[in-house]
Design a protein around this ligand. Structure first.
Ligand code: ATP
Ligand code: MG
Length: 881
């Protein structure tokens, strides 16, 4: 079976069991501070498990793009070393939300352990026809820490279908699934395969190798029965409803069904590996080291390409930094083991997108962008590697023994991004060692530093009431009477103790879609005002941040959004839509939004485009937006439009955004976008639009920053003020531009004259000095104060030195209240008499209260005491007497 068919067979099987097929959520997570990337199929359903949202269906199935490179699930170091862990992989899943005995949705109810176990077995053994004799299953044995008993319900179900010697009892680590440190969790049953040869099986029984990191005895499917919520204090609480959450590694399933011993030998990876062999001129399956490198590259190119297609570009912070590091890891493996010194990873994207583009269309539409971004990242990192090699040489040169300082290696790693494993490798090759202890200590210090800056420790929610069906009422209101439904205390290292409040409904817009969260106030019945500092969304809850709590948390409270800020913000947001429209009209349909930030004072819009915008294009864009503002187009907002209908009407949707079936469409004239943000009622409310800057953020990505409304007024006021000041400085010249260019011309001419005068002066001075040279012990000597700058002195000294043998020259000058001493000594004196200009200026430096140094034949010292110059000159002779 080809991988395509395997994927669709899984999904069709669960569709036939009344599951709704849902699309994969984006791999990069934008609205959950506890998770950077989707690491399991269940992430997108977390709010259902937590009970924050009522699902629209009881059963679902999908294939989810996952990335396990950070946080609780981090497989990065395994990838490439083994043959069955990937950074990015597909997780096939089937879910039940709510108890089997709970209420039905569209005539379908939930299920629990019995169906989950039976269907898994049916699919594997009857549909996929996997030989039962290679399968093992595991059951949670219980945990004393958590006061949990063995999962005997699952055990009994398994006993009815598999022989007892195929059942393994697993501990909390293997058979109790948790998404993170907090949140929904529960016991699980795993299904493992043993794909070793018969001879090996005869030697060691498979059950001894389950969960023992054997590459051919691996877990393929995890059936999780969610019954608990892990609280902040690590205790468990029973959830009101029970859920099923299963996840099967697609690539591992392909390995089993295609009778391979490695995920990389399945048709998911072979086209990529062939392409790597071709572009790097290497061969897979010949040598352990190159094999690892090829696997790393085949894996990482998928992770990075999917992320970029999802809208996450490599960058210096957060998720973008993780992506950059993955890409660099691949580049580095190529560099060291495949001898690739030129960008090559971008050449794999064609293969990847033609192979997976059908299941994940974003790979097709974003192909060129991915190629450009990756090529540029490769180029820049290869330069880093080159520079790093030189720096490492320098470090080795000054290393006294054979152990290289961990601190220095850390610097190389931290400031230049030079990989530490490469440092260690090169050192080993040259017979040196890295002080790993010191390096690790530095790394640890840095970790503590960055953790201290960001970590927010959350307490548990204290539940006071229930949110309403549509809790956000901010499209229509900026004020409302509300009740608190949840309170949680959080500790931010930056801001100290904060409270997070959820209301039954709220006019506050939570940060999202590029628009900042609303600020405002919360007014208690006693008229005390508590500031709402920010509003954000987490697992579908709208969370308000405050520093204080009202004295009565059960009272009805008045909320007021900061209206000025909100109005400015929405003017900027609506202007962003018009800007987007203008860019597509004047630059072309390839323009796609790649990032957006809308606040009360400005807007920032990143988009795909390959060259700098000309001033003409910028003017066209700006004029277009201002025309739309003048046309006073009314806002046409459709809140519950079917997703497909919106697309059919020409609405623009963003890649990497998670849209439900029903979407909100925002229309101004011909501009139509799917958007959850807040907007002006009429484009006239934007007043005026002005682009402030245009530049590049990455290969093929441009950024425009702009302002609207009052900010434009302020901008022009400032500009006018500056212009007036300039005019005043130019004695109110009627044409300031002309006046400035004539000043510049004058300046150029004057400079030329000064230079030629200085040259004459130096010539005269040289002749003068030559006359004044005296002979002391066979040495041509002069110590004198001159009236030229340090650069002039140096030129002069070297010119004299060329003409005069055995010269000892000390020249001093005074400039801007500071003293400079320069000493020139002919090379033959340095060699024969051991004289040293560096030592001379160091010694004499004390008279001018300063110091300096240089080389034995020329050195300079600076000091703050010009009155000491004469003393220094007087002492000069003593060096040769
Ligand atoms: P393992 O112990 O092999 O790392 P896991 O316990 O971390 O697996 P789960 O979190 O239960 O795995 O994920 C469900 C399924 O996803 C696994 O049974 C496996 O088939 C697949 N899977 C997990 N991690 C990876 C990975 N890094 N690459 C490919 N498939 C994976
Ligand atoms: Mg794992």
């Amino acid at each position: 079976m080809k991988s395509k068919e395997i994927r669709s067979t899984y999904l069709e099987f669960f569709k036939s069991k009344s599951h709704v097929l849902v699309p994969s959520a984006p791999m990069v997570i934008k609205d959950d501070p506890s998770l950077m990337f989707t690491n399991a199929g269940m992430n997108q359903f977390k709010e259902y498990f937590l009970g924050n949202t009522t699902p629209k269906f009881s059963r679902a199935t999908d294939t989810q793009k996952c990335l396990r490179v950070s946080g609780k699930h981090n497989d990065l170091e395994e990838v490439g070393m083994d043959t069955y862990h990937h950074t990015m992989f597909e997780m096939l899943g089937n879910w039940s939300f709510g108890n089997p005995e709970g209420k039905q949705i569209n005539g379908v109810g939930g299920y629990f352990k019995k169906e989950a176990i039976h269907w898994a077995w049916e699919l594997l053994t009857e549909v996929f026809k996997i030989d039962k004799s290679i399968l093992y299953v595991s059951v949670f044995e219980g945990s004393e820490d958590d006061k949990l008993e063995m999962d005997s319900e699952a055990l009994d179900l398994w006993k009815a279908i598999v022989p007892e010697d195929r059942i393994i009892y697993g501990n909390k680590k293997d058979n109790f699934w948790e998404m993170g440190d907090q949140g929904p969790c529960g016991p699980s049953s795993e299904i493992h395969v043993d794909i070793r040869s018969d001879a090996e099986k005869a030697r060691v029984p498979g059950r001894d190798l389950v969960n023992a990191d054997h590459p051919q005895v691996v877990e393929i499917w995890n059936l999780v029965f969610i019954e608990f919520n892990r609280k902040a204090d690590a205790s468990l609480e029973k959830l009101p409803a029970r859920h099923v959450d299963t996840g099967m590694g697609f690539e591992r399933l392909c390995m089993v069904l295609q009778n391979k011993k490695s995920n990389y030998d399945t048709d998911v990876f072979t086209p990529l590996i062939q392409q790597i062999e071709k572009v790097t001129n290497s061969q897979y399956g010949k040598n352990d080291k190159t094999d690892i490198a090829i696997r790393v590259i085949a894996d990482h190119v998928r992770a990075v390409t999917f992320s970029i297609a999802d809208g996450q570009l490599p960058s210096n912070t957060g998720a973008g930094y993780v992506i950059r590091r993955i890409l660099r890891r691949a580049i580095r493996y190529g560099f060291t083991f495949l001898d690739t010194k030129e960008p090559f990873i971008y050449k794999l994207i064609e293969t990847l997108s033609s192979q997976m583009g059908e299941a994940f269309p974003e790979l097709m539409s974003q192909k060129t962008l991915c190629e450009n971004v990756i090529r540029e990242e490769e180029q820049s990192f290869l330069r880093t590697l080159d520079l790093g090699l030189v720096l490492l040489d320098n470090i080795i040169e000054v290393t006294p023994g054979k152990t290289v300082s961990g601190k220095k290696a850390f610097e190389l790693y931290d400031t230049f991004g030079f990989p530490i494993d490469l440092t260690a490798l090169i050192l080993r090759e040259r017979g040196y060692y890295l002080d790993e202890k010191e390096f690790n200590a530095e790394l640890q210090k840095q970790k503590v530093r960055s953790r201290a800056a960001s970590v927010v420790i959350s307490g548990d929610w204290q539940i006071l009431g229930k949110e309403e069906g549509v809790p956000f009422i901010g499209y229509d209101a900026m004020e409302a009477d509300v009740k608190i439904t949840r309170i949680r205390k959080v500790e931010s290292k930056k801001e100290g103790e904060l409270y997070q409040l959820v209301f039954n409904k709220t006019p506050f817009y939570p940060e999202g879609g590029g628009q900042v969260g609303d600020k405002g106030s919360l007014i208690a019945p006693d008229e005390k005002i508590i500031k709402i500092l920010d509003t954000r969304k987490e697992n579908n809850l709208i969370i308000h941040f405050t520093k204080k709590l009202p004295s009565d948390t059960s009272a009805i409270l008045k909320t007021q959004v900061n209206k000025t800020k909100r109005l400015q913000t929405q003017a900027n947001h609506s202007a962003t839509h018009l800007l987007h429209q203008a860019l597509r009209i004047f630059l072309g349909d390839h323009v796609e939004q790649k990032g957006s930030m809308v606040s009360s004072d400005h807007l920032r819009f990143d988009f795909s485009h390959f060259s700098k915008l000309s001033s003409e294009e910028l003017k066209q864009v700006e004029d277009f937006v201002n025309d739309k503002i003048r046309e006073q187009l009314p806002l046409i907002e459709q809140r519950n439009m079917a997703f497909q209908e919106a697309l059919d009407q020409g609405a623009i949707a963003l890649f990497g955004e998670k849209y439900g079936d029903s979407v909100r469409a925002i229309k101004f004239g011909d501009s139509m976008e799917l958007c959850g943000g807040t907007h002006v009622q009429n484009t006239g409310d934007i007043w005026f639009f002005k682009i402030i800057s245009e530049g590049a953020v990455a290969a093929g990505i441009r950024r425009i920053e702009a302002i609207t409304g009052d900010a434009v007024k302020e901008h022009f006021t400032e500009q006018t003020e500056t212009l007036n000041k300039i005019k005043a400085e130019l004695k109110n010249a009627s044409e300031p531009v002309k006046a400035i260019s004539s000043l510049q011309n004058e300046n150029v001419n004057l400079k030329k004259q000064v230079e030629s005068l200085m040259r004459d002066k130096a010539k005269n001075l040289k002749a003068e000095l030559q006359e004044e040279l005296t002979e002391v012990n066979g040495i041509s000597f002069l110590a004198k104060k001159v009236d030229i700058d340090a650069g002039g002195i140096k030129d002069l000294a070297f010119q004299l030195g060329e003409k005069t043998n055995n010269l000892f020259l000390l020249l001093a000058s005074e400039q801007d209240g500071k003293a400079v001493l320069s000493c020139y000594i002919s090379k033959e004196l340095v060699v024969e008499k051991g004289l040293n200009a560096g030592k001379v200026v160091k010694d004499l430096g004390k008279y001018i209260q300063g110091g300096g140094g240089g080389q034995p034949f020329f050195a300079t010292a600076g000091g703050k005491n010009p009155s000491g110059i004469q003393d220094a000159l007087d002492k000069a002779k003593s060096f040769i007497e």
